[in-house]
Write a protein that binds this ligand. Structure first.
Ligand SMILES: N[C@@H](CCC[C@H](N)C(=O)O)C(=O)O
Length: 316
């Protein structure tokens, strides 16, 4: 089967994005397409596969996201900026409620964070801090800056579902080997967290937050939007930043602007504004029976967007 795709990234977290609104493949087939396209050793590559899908209920359109290992995630917030942009271009909207597998999120086109860098803000409220909601099989009370019994780390974590599962710890300096070891441990789907988790090591300072994430189903990535959202909420919950404060969140791939909210009713929200950069368009053929990538070619390059993003990175 042939697929037109847009290759895009949010803060360097990159994906092939397919407009799947008129396509009906099974979950197993989409998982195979994700493994074939988001293969770093192959000609397309990416941190996962994004699908623009039809909306349901009040949502204008939806997003599905498959990790490179073929697992489907509950959300992907760097991806959502790109999918929302594609949805806006397809529908003529500039803001919308976007459907995700287990939740929805608001997305809106906002002023560019830098000249020529198309910028989208997403806002999510579906934040679950219950251990069960995060997929932990230990504890009844939320883990907020607390050790998690049975975890292969003595550090203090905040556990949040966005609604994909995140374990966030604040550190003085990021030890990548330690992060990878813990990420690998979670990837083995231990009894403590059988659904696995995204693990982030975060530094907090006067310049904002810096987040490094080992993503479930991927490994270390240049950035993870839901991890930046979870880290910002964790920073507010632990008093490292104020609720409602504008915070710059940096990562290896770039940066976003983040803001938490906590209403009088206790409902928490986090908004992330960042780039939705389309780098090139392409066409790929996947043999759905074998899950093999038959061919792939770039059909158009978005040099202006690539250059605009490069200028922002150079100025960071
Ligand atoms: N990079 C994404 C998250 C992608 C899904 C994640 N690997 C998971 O399995 O939960 C983001 O920007 O949020």
């Amino acid at each position: 089967m042939r697929f037109d795709f847009i290759h895009c990234h949010g803060s360097g977290n990159d994906f092939p994005l397919i407009d799947a609104r008129a396509l009906s493949l099974s979950n197993a087939e989409w998982a195979a397409v994700a493994r074939a396209l988001a293969d770093r050793t192959g000609p397309v590559g990416g941190d996962g596969l994004l699908l623009l899908v039809p909306g349901r209920g009040e949502t204008a359109f939806g997003q599905r996201m498959f990790n490179p290992d073929g697992s489907e995630a509950e959300t992907c917030l760097n991806g959502l900026r790109c999918t929302a942009r594609a949805g806006f271009e397809a529908t003529g909207l500039d803001h919308a409620l976007v459907g995700l597998p287990k939740s929805d999120a608001l997305a809106a086109r906002v002023p560019d964070i830098a000249p020529g860098v198309v910028t989208i803000e997403t806002r999510v409220t579906s934040i679950d801090d219950s251990p069960a909601g995060v997929g932990l099989t230990v504890g009844d009370e939320p883990f907020v800056d607390a050790t998690i019994p049975g975890l292969a780390s003595d550090r203090r974590f905040t556990a949040l579902a966005m609604p994909n599962p995140h374990l966030v710890t604040f550190v003085e300096t990021i030890d990548e080997a330690e992060l990878v070891a813990l990420g690998d441990w979670c990837e083995a789907a231990p009894a403590l967290i059988p659904g696995r988790a995204n693990v982030s090591f975060v530094t907090a300072g006067s310049a904002g937050l810096y987040v490094r994430t080992y993503e479930r189903g991927v490994g270390l990535t240049d950035s993870c939007g839901s991890a930046m959202a979870a880290s910002t909420v964790a920073a507010a919950r632990t008093g490292r930043i104020g609720w409602g404060e504008d915070v710059v969140v940096r990562n290896r791939g770039g940066m976003v602007r983040a803001r938490t909210e906590r209403g009088a009713d206790g409902v928490e929200a986090v908004a992330i504004a960042g780039n939705a950069t389309f780098t090139h368009e392409g066409i790929a053929e996947v043999d759905l029976a074998t899950g093999t990538l038959v061919s792939a070619a770039v059909t158009a390059k978005r040099s202006d967007e690539i250059d605009a993003w490069a200028s922002l990175i150079a100025a960071l």
